[in-house]
Design a protein around this ligand. Structure first.
Ligand SMILES: O=P(O)(O)OC[C@H]1O[C@H](O)[C@H](O)[C@@H](O)[C@@H]1O
Length: 273
């Protein structure tokens, strides 16, 4: 696997693997790690990297016939070696296209995906942008669901989230049954919920983090708690205490893209400490 790093002010840095175009680390200007990556994550291409920001595409979770979260996080993306920055700061670019294998799959479309990872010059903001172009020659529109499955370092037991009250969510612990959130979210148990129609700006106060998302109306909130973590081969048993996932995505309603058109979403994370 190939790993690239970009740096900006102070001790800031971002690390990205070509396998999955997977961001595994973002340290802010004071050197604080914002993204949780499991110390037992597999880094040999045998499975998706546990932690950081996996790209779920072209299917979120089990919402379709493909493998869980689609094939993008299990594919080698091509780094653009000549790419050094966007107008917003030092950056990396990765691309992924359909292969013989994906054309044989239940999502047989031609596509070009580009992923841009940009660190702000002050080191305290990270932006990732996913672009998906439909290159089907047969005139066929395609659709997909997607999420940027971000694992954020925090003390999960001291975390509460208040921005979801009143929203509908699909509860994955009860086979996706739809419920309504009343009040704050707490993490004293397994939480695995797809919140629909969330605000475009969310926050994770226990990590001093602001999350801005574009074209991703939904957000999955996940913490595996004790038993699910014990069943994960690539995470230490106690590490559910060290993170929660807030996964911006387009899940409730898929994205539809006509041939020749490009669909874009982005996520900007702002670290305020
Ligand atoms: O173990 P993975 O395939 O990486 O999935 C990790 C988790 O991703 C999302 O948060 C899903 O909502 C969960 O149901 C799933 O357990």
């Amino acid at each position: 696997m190939k790993k690239d790093t970009i740096t900006a002010s102070g001790q800031s840095s971002v690390t990205v693997y070509d396998f999955g175009a997977h961001v595994t680390s973002w340290k802010n200007a004071s050197g604080k790690e914002i993204l949780y990556t499991s110390p037992s994550a597999k880094l040999d291409g045998s499975k998706a990297i546990r932690g950081g920001i996996p790209i779920c595409f072209p299917q979120f979770g089990k919402k379709g016939p493909l493998r869980q979260h689609g094939f993008a996080r299990n594919s080698f993306w091509t780094p653009d070696e000549s790419f050094g920055s966007t107008e917003d700061g030092p950056a990396l670019k990765y691309t992924l296209r359909d292969t013989g294998e994906t054309r044989q799959s239940a999502w047989p479309h031609s596509f070009e995906a580009a992923y841009f990872v940009t660190l702000a010059p002050d080191g305290n903001s990270l932006t990732v942008e996913l672009q998906v172009k439909n290159t089907n020659k047969n005139g066929e529109e395609f659709s997909f669901t997607t999420a940027l499955h971000s694992y954020f370092c925090c003390n999960s037991q001291e975390t509460t989230l208040s921005e979801y009250s009143g929203l509908k969510y699909e509860d994955n612990i009860e086979s996706g049954v739809e419920k309504t959130q009343h009040g704050i979210i707490e993490f004293g148990k397994e939480v695995d919920r797809v919140y629909l129609g969330t605000k475009s700006t969310l926050s994770l106060p226990s990590a001093n983090l602001v999350i801005e998302k574009v074209n991703m109306p939904d957000a999955v909130v996940w913490n595996p708690y004790i038993e699910k973590t014990a069943a994960l081969s690539d995470m230490p048993d106690d590490d559910w205490k060290k993170f929660i996932c807030i996964e911006p995505g387009r899940i409730g309603e898929p994205a539809f893209v006509k041939p020749g058109e490009t669909w874009t979403c982005s996520l900007t994370l702002l670290s305020t400490s």
